[in-house]
Design a protein around this ligand. Structure first.
Ligand SMILES: *Cc1c(COP(=O)(O)O)cnc(C)c1O
Length: 400
């Protein structure tokens, strides 16, 4: 393979350039677009070469559960964007979170996590890990004293999501990373809502970052994917063998789709964020909107942290509609361009009612403590014309 790795030019290239060229590996045919290596395995020139490959003396691919050229390009490209030494792609975002957390702990250990977590992440921390003898404590992630107070001698992991789903709560990653380090714990950050464009947790002191590539990285609602990013040492020590042996591998086809998704990531995120900011400022003044949360506004509770730690706000807006659940349903059912869907980061604008979907399994008082009220609606802003989206939202508010 004629390995024309553009990144050999050094680390001086800008984000947008890396998105298009980073990690590209060309075959003997010198194709323009990244090739899709839809193969389970690879053949060897001789039994001797095969033996060397297995013991790691001959560099090259063995089996797609371990690695694949297309998956490898995706890993390389996203590692460059994140400023990470290493990346491992997984079948889904949840596979990435589960492997990162399970790789760090064993029976008798303890995990501290911010309570405002994506539902499945919270399941892993609250219900799955304890089955294997790993205890967990959930804290108000915005309260630094709570992180400190939750530490036990056996605390091995801190885990958080920022901005959180669906209340877009922002946690001071640098401060939490310092507390984790002093306690000898590793900090894992689920960076889905921020995207690689607006927040770099590794630069803020986190040990590991996870993404659901299903969201903004695909950005067109086609396939599932996930990725774990960290130092070489972290990956080799905690996740490399676990991933190889347990098998949550990314499909080469999905890696190819996601590579193409990365090429347009900054264009899409910048545009979607700009539209979200316009709509948030307008919605905040509407009478039937009783509360609005957007990380780009001065009235966001953590506006000062956002200014320090994020390069841009979000493609998501969370708002509370007058009239509780009935009001929220009237609003959702009147939307025509926004479609009702639990996905996010898509080219299509999407809306969801968290209390009856993503956060349905929680008791009402737990939901309330997470800020998920009955009137809450989460909007994921897409690539449509802002004027059309505004008109759609205005008509839906009029129906409330
Ligand atoms: C969607 C999501 C996940 C899970 O990703 P999948 O690709 O659906 O498995 C994890 N964390 C956050 C914050 C998410 O939004």
């Amino acid at each position: 393979m004629a390995n024309q790795n553009f990144s050999a030019m050094g680390n001086s290239l800008h984000f947008e350039t890396e998105l298009v060229h980073g990690g590209t590996l060309r075959s003997q045919f010198n194709e323009t677009s990244e090739a899709l290596f839809l193969t389970q395995g690879h053949v060897y020139d001789s039994a001797e070469q095969c033996e060397k490959r297995f013991v790691g003396e001959d560099p090259g691919y063995i089996y797609a559960r371990f690695s694949n050229p297309t998956v490898g390009m995706f890993e390389k490209r996203i590692a460059m964007l994140e400023g990470a030494e290493a990346a491992r792609a997984t079948a889904t975002g949840m596979a990435a979170v589960t492997a990162a957390l399970m790789g760090l702990v064993r029976a008798g250990d303890h995990v501290v996590a911010a309570r405002a977590l994506f539902g499945s992440c919270r399941y892993v921390v609250e219900e799955h890990l304890p089955r294997y003898g790993v205890e967990s404590t959930l804290v108000d992630g915005t309260d630094l004293a709570a992180w400190q107070a939750a530490i036990r001698p056996n605390t091995k992991v801190f885990f958080l999501e920022s901005p959180s789903n669906p209340t877009l709560e922002v946690i001071d990653i640098e401060a939490v990373a310092k507390i984790a380090k002093a306690a000898g714990a590793k900090l894992v950050v689920d960076n889905v809502f921020a995207t690689p464009l607006w927040q770099k947790p590794l630069a803020l002191g986190a040990d590991c970052v996870t993404y659901s590539a299903t969201k903004h990285i695909d950005g067109q609602g086609r396939c599932l994917g996930g990725v774990i990013l960290a130092s070489e040492e972290f990956i080799n020590t905690y996740v490399h063998t676990l991933l190889r042996q347990t098998g949550p591998a990314m499909s080469p086809f999905n890696a190819w789709v996601l590579l193409k998704g990365l090429e347009t990531l900054s264009l899409r995120i910048e545009r979607q964020t700009r539209t979200a900011a316009l709509l948030a400022d307008w919605l905040a003044e509407e009478a039937k909107v009783t509360k609005l949360i957007f990380p780009g506004r001065k009235d966001h509770p953590q506006a000062e942290i956002i200014a320090r730690q994020m390069g841009g706000p979000s493609t998501l807006i969370t708002l509370e509609i007058k009239g509780g659940k009935a009001g929220a349903y009237r609003f959702l059912n009147a939307l025509r361009i926004f479609r009702i869907s639990n996905n996010l980061g898509d080219a299509k604008s999407l809306a969801v009612h968290p209390a009856t979907t993503t956060h349905q399994r929680f008791a009402p008082e737990v939901r309330e403590s997470m800020g998920v009220s009955e009137g809450l609606v989460r909007l994921s802003i897409g690539l449509e014309h802002p004027g059309d989206l505004k008109a759609d939202l205005a008509a839906a508010l009029a129906a409330v």
